[in-house]
Structure formats: C-alpha cells, structure tokens
Design a protein around this ligand. Structure first.
Ligand code: FES
Length: 222
C-alpha cells in the first residue's frame, strides 16, 4: 500500500511556494482546460489542473513534480472552490505527489498479479540501488513508492517511472531501464520482453490465429 503524507505547511514552504502562479504557457493551457467544461461546472477541471501544477513544479525543481499546499490553494482559487476539496482529490489519487520527489519517481506495483510474477525481485532490485520505499535517494535521482495495481497486469510485473510504464520486468531488465535513465537516455517504454509487442500472448496468438494475416469469418465454424 502506498504510504503517503502531505508535506507540512511551514513558513519555509509558504516562502518557497506561496507566490506560485502559472507560467504564461500554463496559464493559456489552464484556460483551455477550464473551457472544456460547461458554465458552472469549472470545478470538474480540478484533476487536469492539479496535473498541470505538478508538472510546473516539476519543471521548476528538476523533479517529477509535487503539490505543495500553497499550490493546491492556487488551483482552488483558479476554480473558485474550497481548498479542502482540492486536497481531497489530490490525496485520493497516487498520481499526485504530496511531498517532494526525485527526478525519477519509481512506482512499483505490488498487487497480486505483479507479486505472483516477481514484484518482490523488482523491489529488491530498487533497494540494491540504494532506494528505500517512501524516500528519495540523497542525489535526488530516485523516489521509490509501492503502489496498487496500475492496470498492466497482463504484462506483470511492472513499474511506472514518471509518465512511462516498464513491463515484463526481471531484475536485469529493470537494471537496464534504470541505467539508461541515469545515463540521460530514454529507454523504450512498455514491455521489455524480447519479441513481445504489447500485451499479446508471449510466443504469439493462442486464439483467433486465422485472423493474424487476414480477416477471417468464424461464423461457419460455430
Ligand atoms: S497487479 Fe500490477 S499492474 Fe495490475
């Protein structure tokens, strides 16, 4: 289960983030997002605006980004809604970081399909590289979080790192992904299983084989 806490609301936090405001580019983007919703329903934009704010904080800190309380209050002001309603949304979804994170946020799925397919070894690989759950490494590179199912069970075990999923992991494959990120390159996201394209059966189709090369009408087979 993801351990989450809201970063304390301190004078230092206020001094750093109390004057948060959209960049010109994000102000235009926020306006566009809010305009998607009917008059009187602008609060529905809270999730994309929180995401936008987190990305702006990320750009300003060289990290994946997070949501200091003054930034959540800023989003609340933009939408004319009580700040507590924004905090309720931000605390519900693990996609929002409530405390500072590193450049790369490694979210390891530990739910049953991933656990049965090797998430313990995936987690051990992260620990062997100096990561600890709920913490950021001293060099600011990695934050490790254990999360619940991220919806890629067919390619378990998997991790999400910032915006990308890396799937069909083994300790060696995860090491290769982390080494590539540390070296400043972008490893190919998705399955890391050689020969597998997405989530189709490993080794090729096991059903509807006649459909592989051309459309096939199965009705006469029934
Ligand atoms: S259980 Fe890990 S992605 Fe679903």
């Amino acid at each position: 289960m993801a351990a989450r806490h809201i970063e304390a609301d301190t004078p230092e936090l206020r001094a750093r983030w109390g004057s948060f405001a959209w960049t010109d580019e994000n102000a235009a983007q926020a306006e566009k997002i809010i305009a998607r919703y009917p008059e009187g329903r602008q609060r529905s934009a809270v999730m994309p605006l929180l995401d936008l704010a987190q990305r702006q904080v990320g750009a300003q800190t060289g990290t994946q980004g997070w949501l200091p309380i003054p930034v959540m209050e800023y989003v609340a002001d933009c939408l004319a809604m009580p700040a507590i309603r924004v905090v309720e949304v931000a605390t519900f979804y693990t996609m929002y970081n409530l405390a500072p994170v590193g450049k790369f946020h490694v979210q390891v799925c530990g739910t049953t399909p991933c656990m049965l397919r090797g998430s313990d070894a995936v987690m051990a690989t992260c620990r062997a590289r100096g990561m600890a759950v709920g913490q950021t490494t001293p060099d600011g590179m990695w934050t490790l979080t254990e999360v619940e199912c991220l919806g890629s069970c067919a390619t378990a075990p998997m991790v999400q790192i910032n915006d990308d999923n890396y799937e069909d992991l083994t300790p060696e494959r995860l090491d290769a992904v982390l080494n590539a990120l540390a070296a400043g390159t972008t490893p190919e996201a998705g399955t890391q299983e050689p020969g597998r394209h997405t989530s189709e059966p490993v080794g090729g189709p096991t059903t509807l084989r006649e459909m592989v090369d051309a459309n096939h009408d199965y009705r006469s087979d029934w």
